[in-house]
Design a protein around this ligand. Structure first.
Ligand code: FAD
Ligand code: AMP
Length: 481
C-alpha cells in the first residue's frame, strides 16, 4: 500500500507535533508517524516532553514543592496545618492524569487541523519515501513531498550503571517511584538530575548527587551557578563534584555504587539510583542506507541553519539535531521548517533560546554568559540585583537569588540574562522578548515596571548595568577597554 502526503513528519514530540499542525494549517496534506502506544494499543502522542519529560517532571516538582511549602514555609506566615504527609501513589496518579489530558489534547488538535496520525515506526528511505512498520509487522510506504524527521532523543546509558527499571533507573523510571526512597543516588548534576533529585529530596529522601565534572552547571553563568549550588546544598542535596561513578550493582534490596573522587575510591549504598547522564539523539536507526541523510560526529542528524539535511526535501528538527535539547527549541524549528516547505522565508533566532532548571528557586538563562563574553573578548558590562532587595520577593518569603543582566559596553545591546530566584523562568522571558526586539539596556531601563512585582528585579538589574539602580548601592561601571 502506498499513500501520498505533502509532508510526512516522523515523531510526535514537541518538535514533530508542532511541525505537523503548522504544516496542516498552511494547507499542506500532512501525516505524523509515531511509534509509541499505550497498553491498550492506542497511539501515544507528545513524545518525551509530554509523556516522560517536561510535563510529568514539572507535575512532580510542583507537588513536591507544595509538600515542602506546607511542611516548612507556612509557619512564618502564622499558619499551622498539623502534620504534613504525602501520598505518593496519589501524586503519581495526578501526574499521569495531566499527561493523559495533554497527550489526548494533541490527538484532538491533529483531528481539528486535519493531520493524519499514523501509529508505527518510521524509516526514511531514498526518494522522500517513508517506510512505516506497525506493531503487527505490516509495512506501508508513504510518498512524501517533504519529510520532517523529529525522532528526538533517549537517555544515555553508561556501562558502569546499566538500568534495570527497578533499583537503577533512568529519568523515566524516576517519575514512577511508588514510595519515597530512603537513600537516593543520582548520577549527573545536570538539569534532569537536579530536578528529579529535588522531587524526591523534598519528600524526604536523603539525596546524593554524584557528578564527574569539577564545575557545577558549566553551561550557566558562573556567578548564578555558584549561587544556585549554595541554595540547593542548603536545601539538603548532597552534590559531590569531581566524583565519577565506576560501577553500580544491585545487591539484594540496595544498589552499591563505586566511585572515584579526590579522596580516592569509595563505595556507597542507596535504595534507588537515578542515572541522569544526558540524552542521545535517536538518529542512525531511522535512516535507510539510501536516505541521503548524514550524521555529524556526535550522532546528530546533520542540518544547516534552516534544518535542511543533506538529502533534498528532508528536514530534521528538535533533539535529533544540534543545539540545546529543549522542547521549545524543537517546536520553533518545526514552525520554521513547515513555513519554509510552504514557501515562506522563515528563519530562527538561535541566540535567543531561554533555558530553565525547575528547582526551587528556578534557575533560568538566555543569551551569553559573562565567561563566554570574556572568552570572546567582547567589551561587556553587567548589572546584578538581589531578590533580597525586592519588596515583592520579601513579601512572598522568596528572597534568595539574583538577576544578572549582561550588555555590550559599546552598543548597550542586551546580550544575556541569568537568574536564580523566584519565578526565574517567567522573568527571563521578559528579557528574551527584549532581546528578540534588539533592545538596549537603556530601552528596558526606560520601561515602566509594575509595583510591587518580581519583574522589578529585572528592571533594577538592567538599571544596574549603567550604575543607575535605585534600590541597591550601585557598583562603579566597568571601565571601557
Ligand atoms: P521527543 O520529545 O523525544 O519526541 C520524539 C518522538 O519520536 C517520540 O514520541 C518517539 O516515540 C518518536 N519516534 C522516535 N523514533 C521514531 C520512529 N522511527 N518512528 C516513529 N516515531 C518515532 N525540555 C524543556 O524545554 N523544558 C523542560 O522542562 C524539560 N524537562 C525535561 C525533563 C525530563 C525528565 C526529560 C527527559 C526531558 C526534559 N526536557 C525539557 C527535554 C524535552 O523533553 C526534549 O527536548 C523534547 O521532548 C524534544 O522534543 P522532540 O520532539 O525533538 O523529541
Ligand atoms: P546533562 O547532560 O546536563 O544531563 O548532565 C549529565 C551529567 O552527568 C554531566 O555533567 C556528566 O559530567 C555527568 N556524568 C556522566 N557520566 C558520569 C559518571 N560516570 N559519574 C558521574 N557523573 C557522570
Amino acid at each position: 500500500m502506498s499513500e501520498k502526503f505533502d509532508v510526512v513528519v516522523i515523531g510526535s514530540g514537541p518538535a514533530g507535533y508542532v511541525a505537523a499542525i503548522k504544516a496542516a494549517q498552511l494547507g499542506l496534506s500532512t501525516a505524523c508517524v509515531e511509534k509509541w502506544q499505550d497498553d491498550k494499543g492506542k497511539v501515544k502522542l507528545g513524545g518525551t516532553c509530554l509523556n516522560v519529560g517536561c510535563i510529568p517532571s514539572k507535575a512532580l516538582l510542583d507537588s513536591s514543592y507544595k509538600y515542602v511549602e506546607t511542611r516548612d514555609h507556612l509557619a512564618i506566615h502564622g499558619i499551622s496545618s498539623g502534620e504534613t504527609s504525602i501520598d505518593v501513589p496519589a501524586m503519581i496518579a495526578r501526574k499521569n492524569q495531566i499527561v493523559g489530558q495533554l497527550t489526548g489534547g494533541i490527538g484532538g488538535l491533529f483531528k481539528h487541523n486535519g493531520v493524519t496520525s499514523i501509529n508505527g515506526t518510521g524509516k526514511v528511505l531514498g526518494g522522500t519515501k517513508v517506510e512505516v512498520t506497525n506493531t503487527d509487522g505490516e509495512i506501508t510506504v508513504l510518498q512524501a513531498g517533504s519529510i520532517i524527521i523529529a525522532t528526538g532523543s533517549v537517555p544515555v546509558e553508561i556501562p558502569p550503571a546499566p538500568t534495570d527499571g527497578d533499583r537503577i533507573v533512568d529519568s523515566t523510571g524516576a517519575l514512577e517511584f511508588t514510595e519515597v526512597p530512603q537513600r537516593l543516588g543520582v548520577i549527573g548534576a545536570g538539569v534532569i538530575g537536579l530536578e528529579l533529585g529535588s522531587v524526591w529530596g523534598r519528600l524526604g529522601a536523603e539525596v546524593v548527587v554524584l557528578e564527574a565534572l569539577d564545575e557545577f552547571l558549566p553551561m550557566m553563568d558562573v556567578q548564578i551557578a555558584k549561587e544556585a549550588g549554595k541554595i540547593l546544598k542548603k536545601q539538603g542535596l548532597d552534590i559531590r563534584m569531581g566524583t565519577r561513578v565506576t560501577k553500580a550493582e544491585v545487591k539484594g534490596d540496595a544498589v552499591e555504587v563505586s566511585y572515584t573522587c579526590a579522596d580516592g575510591d569509595k563505595v556507597e549504598t542507596f535504595d534507588k539510583l537515578i542515572v541522569a547522564v544526558g540524552r542521545r539523539p535517536l538518529s542512525a536507526s531511522i535512516l535507510a542506507s539510501d536516505s541521503g541523510v548524514t550524521l555529524d560526529e556526535r550522532g546528530f542528524i546533520y542540518v544547516n541553519d534552516h534544518c535542511e539535511t543533506e538529502a533534498p526535501h528532508v528536514y530534521a528538527i528538535g533533539d535529533v539535531v544540534r543545539g540545546p535539547m529543549l522542547a521549545h527549541k524543537g517546536s520553533e524549528e518545526g514552525v520554521m521548517v513547515a513555513e519554509r516547505i510552504a514557501g515562506k522565508a522563515a528563519q530562527m533566532n538561535y541566540d535567543c533560546i531561554p533555558s530553565v532548571i525547575y528547582t526551587h528557586p528556578e534557575v533560568a538563562a538566555v543569551g551569553k554568559t559573562e565567561q563566554e563574553l570574556k572568552a570572546d573578548g567582547v567589551n561587556y558590562k553587567t548589572g546584578v540585583f538581589p531578590f533580597a532587595a525586592s519588596g515583592r520577593a520579601l513579601a512572598a518569603n522568596e528572597s534568595e537569588g539574583m538577576v544578572k543582566v549582561v550588555a555590550d559596553a559599546d552598543t548597550d545591546r542586551i546580550l544575556g540574562c541569568h537568574i536564580v530566584g523566584p519565578s526565574a523562568a517567567d522573568l527571563v522571558q521578559q528579557v528574551v522578548i527584549a532581546m528578540e526586539f534588539g533592545s538596549s539596556a537603556e530601552d528596558l531601563a526606560l520601561t515602566v515596571f509594575g509595583h510591587p512585582t518580581l519583574s522589578e528585579a529585572v528592571h533594577e538589574a538592567v538599571l544596574a548595568v549603567d550604575g543607575h539602580a535605585i534600590h541597591i548601592a550601585n557598583r562603579k561601571p566597568r571601565k571601557k577597554k
